[in-house]
Design a protein around this ligand. Sequence first.
Ligand code: PLP
Length: 446
Amino acid sequence: SPELLEEGRRAYALDREHVFHSWVAQGSFDPMVVTRAEGSHVWDGEGRRLIDFSSQMVNTNIGHQHPRVVEAIQEQARTLCTIAPAHVNPARSEAARLIAELAPGDLNHVFFTNAGADAVEHAIRMARLHTGRRKVLSAYRSYHGGTELAVNVTGDPRRFANDVGDAGVARFMPAYPYRSYFHSSSPGEETERALRHLEDTILLEGPDTLAALILESIPGTAGIYVPPPGYMAGVRALTRKYGIVYIADEVMAGFGRSGRWFSVDHWDVEPDLMTFAKGVTSGYVPLGGVAISEAIYETFRERPYPGGLTYSGHPLACATAVATIGAMRDEGMVEHAAWLGENVFGPGLAEIAERHRSVGETRGLGCFWAVELVKNRETREPLAPYGGSSSAMGEVVGAVKAGGVLPFANYNRIHVAPPLNISEEVARRGLEILDAALEVADRHAD
Ligand code: PLP
């Protein structure tokens, strides 16, 4: 409607005047207006409908405006908007019960945070106190959040501005078959060499100095590079061997994203601590947390935990989590995501890769896929440098959007991460649009 368009224009002008945005140079930033969103679609400032292949920040796992969850938020707001973390609240108790039930292994206790970064901060604090050690091991090509410590354990270039080397972080090369740091020529070789490198790193850093190892179960923004067979089990075994707390970061990869409730479930790995956020509420109300094993819980049975937040276990957020998990379960969304991965995204993206010389590799699971764009398939030179952008990538993203799909783009990659309940038809339509838009990328590839 004209009123909606006008509202969007006014919002844009005020945004540019007063809103300070994340990660970008403020002056040249040209954000998209969104006036409405429903299910797997968003409408831009001109009233054009786009298929949301980003799930925004890869968090609206149940799509936009799911009626059951909107209703639950309204109901909780009518009942009790907020209460201090120290008081018992039914929404919080139920959210914790559900998360403990779904989480792998004996992660039976939940500390609630506001989002992912503070979940990472608290998981590391718990690991340090539990072990009496200080340093944290994290992978290059990873993302763990924007707060001081979380951005320092991050292994992507976004940490550079805050990384002065004093955060107590030691890094290792991840297993990443397409761009192997170990010159391996098969997934099996990658696993073996990456694990040997990890053990060497642990020994060279000094096992007794290492409190925790933090690893995204499937690295998300860093490239959705699915670990090769045996890698995750190997990481778990090494952390056990050296008494290092293993923190699985499931902030992006969890809550059904990859077709299992948590991505570690693909490899039957049981972490000591697990961070979550995003999909737990489908982003409708901010919430994150740490799921805690019995052994680490024991450390804090008699000894006070030195940490807390005004909004730990906020009732509005916890009621949202309960309704989100309920909707996901009742509507079989996790199973649907797995089905889409196997039957639509996997084969569909493989066909796209065959048709376009700019596509170096497509990979993923469930509703969590990456299309890696390259200038040359032999050399694998990326279409934008690691940590940077290029006019070619800008053109590709522009073409995808112009076709009617909102993608998640990072450096030289387009990610396909729609809501888990996207219909097969809309998913296929989105792939067709992506396919057509990649003609633009091909022009920049040999
Ligand atoms: N960990 C992972 C794997 C993430 O993808 C993110 C955010 O993208 C975070 C942590 C940080 O979460 P938040 O932005 O909610 O603080």
